[in-house]
Design a protein around this ligand. Structure first.
Ligand SMILES: CCCCCCCCCCCCCCCC(=O)SCCNC(=O)CCNC(=O)[C@H](O)C(C)(C)COP(=O)(O)OP(=O)(O)OC[C@H]1O[C@@H](n2cnc3c(N)ncnc32)[C@H](O)[C@@H]1OP(=O)(O)O
Ligand SMILES: CCCCCCCC/C=C\CCCCCCCC(=O)OC[C@@H](O)COP(=O)(O)O
Length: 270
């Protein structure tokens, strides 16, 4: 091999080596940050469960603790969260909040804006995470088994009955699961039945796509910006079960349009 071929070979090895290192370090960075996320949540919830359970009763007010514990995480990650429309939450009465669900990181956005005495509807599997589940239970979260649909509807019906009495707000992810797609999934109807049964307003919340700084498939997690838009309330006064399909569709459309808008109108992909 002459000098030119040697230098070509060396150059190719260098380029391949650097790109491999970059990929590995990006993936390493991703895994460290995800481990921090789960570790942080597990650490604080375990402490809450062990040390505070003797003095705490199951109460939505305990959500304030989770809200406080999670607050520093966004700082560690360098995620700036811009909230628009917070004035739409200035209501004393109960309401149902519906929000799009993309990743576990939605927890950061949720805890950024979740009002007092607001509890999420969560899948029952969370309860089985030991001390994490216990802390969630202490915080008054509503657990449903998504496979037992009749039971889930009954739990929400009971929640509708107690919302006024206990002055509670309820947060639902109406897509029912995390969604990495370009558009919102069709909405499950539980949140809308809940609001109509309780005769409380619905507040739609939209979190922008994470694609600019986070992608689990590409193992990419850098610093970045997130937008949260809280839309004006939608009244459900005098609506009945027959109005639920139209109500669900109109809120889905507004949230879908808002998602597109806050993602810059581009072809959105988390
Ligand atoms: C540092 C510290 C950090 C700490 C940190 C710790 C961790 C802290 C984590 C917190 C964070 C949690 C976040 C979790 C997030 C999730 O776990 S998301 C998953 C769980 N949530 C959900 O699934 C909610 C959305 N799902 C629903 O609302 C579903 O409607 C239900 C209630 C499960 C029922 O399921 P389904 O029957 O399949 O529902 P759907 O297809 O909508 O409806 C079928 C029929 O039933 C009717 N129906 C539905 N619901 C009802 C109802 N309630 N009443 C009467 N009829 C109904 C519908 O109208 C429909 O009838 P038609 O109109 O077709 O005639
Ligand atoms: C990559 C998974 C690694 C699991 C490690 C478990 C370690 C437990 C430590 C801390 C727990 C933190 C709990 C965060 C819960 C966030 C709530 C959430 O966003 O759940 C997803 C659920 O809405 C929808 O579930 P699916 O999309 O249907 O599934």
């Amino acid at each position: 091999m002459d000098l030119f071929q040697w230098s070509l070979l060396l150059f190719s090895i260098l380029v391949i080596g650097i790109s491999l290192l970059y990929r590995w370090s990006t993936a390493f960075n991703f895994h460290c940050k995800m481990a921090l996320f789960f570790g942080w949540c597990a650490f604080w919830t375990a402490n809450m469960s062990i040390f505070l359970s003797p003095i705490l009763r199951r109460n939505p007010d305990n959500m304030k603790l989770l809200r406080t514990f999670i607050w520093p995480l966004k700082r560690f990650y360098g995620i700036k969260i811009a909230v628009q429309g917070s004035e739409n939450l200035n209501m004393k009465e109960p309401y149902v909040m519906v929000c799009n669900h993309q990743t576990y990181l939605d927890l950061l956005g949720m805890m950024e804006i979740i009002p007092d005495r607001c509890v999420p509807v969560a899948k029952r599997e969370l309860l089985y995470l030991g001390l994490v589940g216990h802390a969630c239970w202490l915080s008054g979260m509503i657990f449903i088994d998504r496979r037992k649909k009749d039971e889930a509807r009954e739990i929400l019906r009971q929640a509708a009955q107690t919302m006024w009495h206990e002055n509670m707000r309820i947060w639902v992810y109406p897509e029912g699961t995390r969604n990495k797609g370009k558009t919102l999934l069709p909405f499950k109807r539980g949140a809308f039945h809940l609001a109509v049964q309780a005769q409380v307003p619905i507040i739609p919340v939209v979190i922008s796509s994470y694609r600019d700084f986070y992608c689990s498939k590409e193992k990419r997690f850098t610093a970045g910006n997130l937008k949260i838009r809280i839309l004006p309330k939608v009244d459900t006064k005098d609506l009945g079960p027959e109005d639920i399909p139209a109500l669900t569709d109109s809120i889905h459309k507004r949230m879908q349009d808002t998602y597109k808008e806050i993602c810059g109108g581009k072809d959105v992909k988390p």
